[in-house]
Ligand binder design. Structure first.
Ligand code: FES
Ligand SMILES: [Fe+2]
Length: 548
């Protein structure tokens, strides 16, 4: 039923490279290049996810020495705006000191150490500590020390706020707590080349959604750094989402994942499928690709599950059996149809007043639907299947091109189908996942430890939209903070991705608990499909071992 052995070290499914060869536009070199990580260490000790000692090591060896994204220029749009950035038990204050000038300070008063600012603020003319009112200018130079006569041993010339290195890329502000940090541009390497046609300098931040998750930050990040969990965790998208046939590349401090969007999952090879008509009364329903069972939401909030042979059962959203002869159901599809819904579950969101184009992956299901409806023969040879898939992608890409043309201009004609429709995600070490999406919205992810608790993390989804030429980006709205038990669907900004994220984050507390019971004491990573994870752990190892 699912792909197991292919006889090679790659999936037998349609590859990204085959689809690039059928793109209707020239494919840029940065996209067509391949840089697979050599097979190598794949075992990760489980202590890394719950040990306080390991978390301490990360704090000392990683967070105190690595470049990390602190905030976006749109978070602090005016002179005098400031934003605290917390990482583990450290806090920094990012300040806009002039229209195009930023500083990053250690967020602690030089008198008795009070945090200078505990939350973001606007248009201040000085940085004054709320405790005894020591004050600094926006550039960190000392302004005044009240009762300075009482500090005869303090030399005011040595009381400027200690600054940490700050780097700028794509209108994001990065900091490095290490005063001797390598130059930011060297750390980035050729990362910016991947965004040549639609640079992040021409985009603005429209939303940020934040939530505490009950798992280590690496458990959360790892779940978004591979896509072969899709056939199991997101079975509703397998018709149009290449999962285990994605391409993974590693370059310096970043890695890249490119999903062959529009290509069916290779696990579907040999699976018969006819499109499932929508429910007449609009209730959520799905067919499981592998079992053929139909999942449909009931009035009482539970799920009717009916197998192709008619066997039926009723299950809760958590796939707990309620009644019926069928005893078992798929957890993720129960969650998908019985969980909180959004209007268009598979569409990407678009900011207000901007094209409501669906910049999401082309619906490969469409290809299968045509075959089903027209009685067309399914493409038989591999070449026919590649061409048919490329055609679905080209059509979807043209839709995005036309929808985005008013905003981006004719540059859209130079953007290849793959960049317009592919799911292309990067991991910029250690904790940022930028996307190169060309649609109305790109969504990035960031993962951080939640203070000093190794079993909790903070996850953020950051939404970025193209900025119409000649306009000034609006200030970013305040961060939308969800409670740990809230569904991501509470954040309408995320559109349909929220339901997918609910499926993803639903696994995480169970990974966090599960790893403690592993007898071997290690996780086992896949050589190719988990190459982004392996790349991350190799770099992490380097930081942990380095003498700073
Ligand atoms: S702690 Fe800041 S002025 Fe006293
Ligand atoms: Fe996922």
């Amino acid at each position: 039923m699912v792909e197991t052995l292919t006889g090679t070290n790659r999936s037998a499914g349609i590859s990204v490279q085959e689809l690039l060869a059928h793109d209707t536009r020239p494919v840029p070199e940065y996209l067509s290049r391949e840089a697979p990580l050599p097979p190598g260490p794949t075992l990760v000790p489980v202590e890394r996810y719950f040990s306080r000692a390991f978390q301490e090591r990360e704090n000392e060896q990683l967070w105190k020495h690595v470049w990390q994204m602190a905030c976006h220029e749109d978070d602090i749009p005016n002179v005098g705006d400031y934003m605290p950035y917390e990482i583990a038990d450290l806090s920094f204050l990012i300040v806009r000191s002039a229209p195009d000038e930023f500083h990053a300070f250690r967020n602690a008063c030089l008198h008795r150490g009070r945090r200078l600012k505990e939350r973001p603020g606007k248009q201040t003319h000085e940085l004054r500590c709320p405790f005894h009112a020591w004050a600094w200018h926006l550039d960190g130079t000392l302004k005044e020390i009240p009762c300075q006569w009482d500090f005869p041993y303090v030399d005011p010339a040595e009381q400027n706020l200690p600054e940490v290195p700050l780097g700028r890329w794509g209108r994001f502000l990065f900091i490095n707590p290490d005063p001797n940090a390598e130059p930011f541009e060297e750390f980035l390497g050729d990362f910016p080349v991947n965004f040549e046609l639609l640079p992040y300098e021409n985009r603005h931040k429209v939303a940020e959604v934040r939530k505490v998750l009950r798992c280590n930050w690496k458990v959360a990040q790892d779940a978004f750094a591979e896509s072969w969990h899709v056939f199991s965790t997101h079975p509703q998208v397998v018709w149009g989402f290449g999962d285990c046939n994605a391409q993974f590349d590693a370059f310096g401090n970043y890695s890249r994942q490119h999903n062959p969007a529009g290509a069916p999952s290779p696990h579907l090879e040999g699976v018969d499928w006819t499109p499932l008509p929508p429910s007449p009364d609009g209730r959520p329903r799905e067919r499981h690709a592998f079992t053929g069972a139909i999942y449909e939401r009931r009035d009482d909030g539970n799920v009717d599950v009916t197998m192709p042979n008619g066997r039926h059962g009723v299950f809760t959203q958590e796939a707990v059996w309620v009644e019926g002869e069928l005893g078992h159901a798929d957890l993720h599809l129960c969650q998908w149809v019985a969980g909180p819904q959004v209007a268009a579950p598979l569409a990407m969101p678009a900011p207000e007043d901007e094209p409501a184009a669906n910049g999401a992956a082309p619906d490969g299901g469409e290809l299968y639907a045509q075959i089903g409806e027209n009685g067309d023969a399914a493409p038989e040879t591999r070449e026919e299947r590649v061409r048919a898939t490329a055609a679905v992608r080209a059509k979807a890409a043209q839709g995005v091109r036309e929808a985005m043309r008013p905003l981006l201009g004719d540059v859209v004609d130079r953007v290849c189908d793959s960049e317009l429709t592919g799911n292309i995600y990067f991991n910029l070490f250690p904790n940022l996942m930028p996307s190169s999406a060309f649609g109305p919205m790109a969504i990035w992810f960031r993962f951080r430890p939640n203070g000093n608790d190794p079993e909790e993390c903070i996850m953020e989804a950051i939404c970025i939209a193209p900025t119409p030429e000649g306009t000034t980006p609006p200030p970013a709205p305040p961060v939308h903070v969800l409670d740990p038990d809230d569904s991501w669907t509470e954040a309408e900004e995320l559109g349909g991705l929220a339901m997918v994220m609910d499926q993803d984050t639903g696994n995480m507390p169970w990974v966090q608990r599960g790893v403690r019971s592993l007898e071997s004491g290690v996780l086992q990573l896949a050589d190719y499909n988990e190459a982004k994870l392996r790349h991350f752990y190799l770099l992490l190892e380097e930081y942990l071992e380095r003498e700073w």
